[in-house]
Ligand binder design. Structure first.
Ligand code: MV4
Length: 612
């Protein structure tokens, strides 16, 4: 077994891998960019190395920087997580060829072979795995497209050889579109994947996305760990994944699982991977009716890495997939048989993205986790790397956590998921938690008849606004009414001996720049003291206004007018949320006005100091 593993990733997956290492008695090394210097994965690791600036290309994607850090740390293995370098065959080879460091993942050659979609299709066909009717050789001429359409019918999918995810696919609805779509697919393939080869498939109008977790070792053992249904996607991004699929009969489930195992056994694939399939949905299928062994399913692609949603399989089987990745890379044999793999109950994973579902899932532009109360209790797992007070890092993807819920069956899983999502106290950053609660009340989703098109083309989005209104957290995104920002404050009140948690909204809190006196009274009946009117501190001096980031009480003023301060100097201390918060100068300058004094209460946005 390894002594020390460097995790070449960030956020929740980095912590996930470190937890597996810790249980195996393996030391952990984190790498971080400037943007992540206060990151949760840095806190979690035994040691951490700065590998560059925020830009991923200069840090998390920098092959040499990662290998250098591993050598500096004396790591004897590298785990890539998902995203970043996880499916980069060139990096896998770079690590494989570095003495003393083992790559935790499939061999570079396997990545390359299965990453080329036509090679993958040929290999699967050889293993008697159904592939979508189409070509396994590239096509170059519009005639080939129209001949295919004449033989198999339209629509026809033109796919980039190097494609995957949501990129590199064009749909030809009739022969008149063939030439343009072929040209476009080749251009996109060249631009995105540096490979203009494209191939054809019959286009499936209503597919479900079913994927099978596989695990293989160097001793010829290949296991499948059941399927996950990832049909709820938005613009090719999965949002809720679950298992087992609510649409499959056990017969069809068994067929698909075995096909995945066969396909992987056909190649010399080693380590964890996922075989993706498209299953043709029956649009007339009623609630409770399942897709049987007569349903058509086809190989789509192989993901040669651990996936975000591996957690669903772990909760269903009790198998720690990441620990097995590490053991297999260290040369160990899989200790369980295929018959030992049993799926219990039902599990769902909710991706907690810092996005505003009422604003077309616009990613949050920033924010601080003022409140971070995590859900718990039976069947509730939270994979994250966050703690209260963390600032949102917006340099990378918007997913900040994964809520994974397990129940005895799908109904209990849904009920428990609603409970856990409502428990999740996330103030200061807008997230899609309200969206998830809306989905758990959506008939199509609850019936399990949604396909990969449902979220993009069919759902009624008005529910998102309603749920965000009721469960919304964090800073409201641009509501267009810049002049009247709203601050929500939580209070606990006691009436006749019974305690109630109430949210009070204060509208018209002064903006950061213009420290106007707060409205006397206003519709919230006053400020933090809940009833009297109060004057917010007002300033008139020239310079930048330093304002309160949160409601609180000034407990220490460290400067006077005329003082020279440098960036980072503490100007005053604000007591809020039972913590002492230093208010520091973000730039050097002269204090031209001090608008507050000790023991004064302030609201979020109130002027504190003016710096010139
Ligand atoms: C398809 C398809 C229908 N027919 N291929 C989307 C990106 C890439 N992973 C393959 N994808 C698809 N390939 C044929 N022959 C529909 C999709 C597709 C899709 C697949 C899985 C999950 C979500 C999807 C969203 C849109 C389209």
């Amino acid at each position: 077994m390894f002594e020390k593993v460097l995790v070449a990733n960030r956020g929740e997956i980095a912590v996930r891998v470190m937890r597996a290492c810790e249980e195996l008695g393996v030391a952990t090394v984190a790498v971080y960019s400037e943007a992540d210097k206060d990151g949760g994965h840095v806190r979690f690791a035994d040691e951490a190395y700065n590998i560059g600036p925020a830009r991923a290309a200069d840090s998390y994607l920098d092959h040499e920087a990662v290998v250098d850090a591993a050598q500096k740390a004396g790591a004897d293995a590298i785990h890539p997580g998902y995203g970043f370098l996880a499916e980069n065959a060139e990096f896998a080879r770079r690590v494989q060829e570095t003495d003393g460091i083992t790559w935790i993942g499939p061999a570079a050659d396997s990545m390359r072979q299965l990453g080329e979609k036509t090679q993958a299709r040929s290999l699967m066909a050889a293993a008697d795995v159904p592939i979508v009717p189409g070509t396994t050789d590239p096509v170059t001429d519009p005639e080939e497209v129209t001949d295919f359409g004449d033989e198999y019918g339209y629509p026809v999918a033109i796919k980039a050889e190097g494609g995957g995810g949501g990129r590199g696919m064009k749909v030809v609805r009739d022969e008149s579109e063939a030439a343009d779509q072929l040209e476009s697919a080749k251009r996109e393939g060249e631009a995105y994947f540096d490979n203009d080869s494209v191939y054809l498939e019959r286009y499936l109008e209503n597919p479900r996305h079913i994927e099978v977790q596989v695990l293989a070792d160097e001793h010829g053992n290949v296991r499948h760990l059941g399927e996950r249904d990832c049909s709820l996607q938005r613009r090719h991004q999965k949002v809720i994944e679950e298992g087992p699929s609510p649409a499959l009969t056990d017969d069809l489930r068994e067929e698909i699982g075995e096909a995945a195992r066969r396909g992987v056994a056909e190649s010399d694939y080693v380590n964890a991977g996922t075989v993706e399939f498209l299953v043709e949905e029956n649009p007339e299928r009623e609630h409770g009716e399942l897709l049987g062994a007569d349903a058509e399913f086809y190989f789509l692609e192989v993901n040669t890495r651990i996936q975000v949603e591996h957690t669903v399989t772990e909760e269903l089987t009790g198998i720690d997939i990441v620990k097995w990745q590490i053991r297999v890379a260290a040369g160990e044999a899989i200790s369980f048989s295929q018959d030992d793999v049993e799926l219990e109950g039902h599990a769902m994973e909710f991706r907690i993205n810092a996005e505003d579902a009422t604003d077309d899932f616009a990613p949050a532009q920033g924010g601080t986790l003022e409140t971070y109360d995590t859900p718990g209790g039976i069947g509730v797992r939270l994979d994250d790397a966050l703690r209260q007070g963390d600032d949102l890092v917006t340099d990378y993807d918007s997913m900040i956590a994964k809520l994974v819920v397990h129940g005895g069956d799908r109904s209990e899983c849904i009920t428990r998921s609603k409970r856990a999502l409502r428990e999740y106290g996330l103030e200061g950053i807008v997230t899609i938690v309200p969206f998830h609660l809306a989905m758990l009340d959506d008939d199509e989703f609850v019936d399990g008849t949604h396909t990969t098109k449902y979220l993009d083309n069919e759902i009624d989005r008005s529910a998102f606004d309603e749920y965000q209104e009721q469960y919304g957290t964090g800073t409201a995104t641009d509501d267009g009414d810049e002049e009247e920002p709203t601050v929500t404050r939580e209070f606990t009140i006691e009436v006749n001996g019974k305690r109630f948690d109430v949210d009070l909204e204060e509208t018209g809190v002064p903006r950061q720049e213009s420290a106007r006196p707060a409205p006397t009274g206003g519709d919230s009946g006053g400020g933090s003291d809940g009833g009297e009117t109060r004057e917010a501190p007002s300033v008139s001096a020239d310079g930048e206004v330093v304002t309160a980031e949160m409601q609180g009480t000034v407990i220490d003023v460290d400067i006077d007018e005329g003082d020279e301060v440098a960036a980072g100097d503490v100007l005053l201390v604000l007591e809020a949320m039972k913590m002492e918060n230093d208010v520091v100068a973000e730039f050097g300058g002269t204090v031209t006005e001090v608008a507050v004094e000790e023991d004064q209460s302030v609201n979020q946005g109130d002027a504190l100091v003016v710096l010139d």
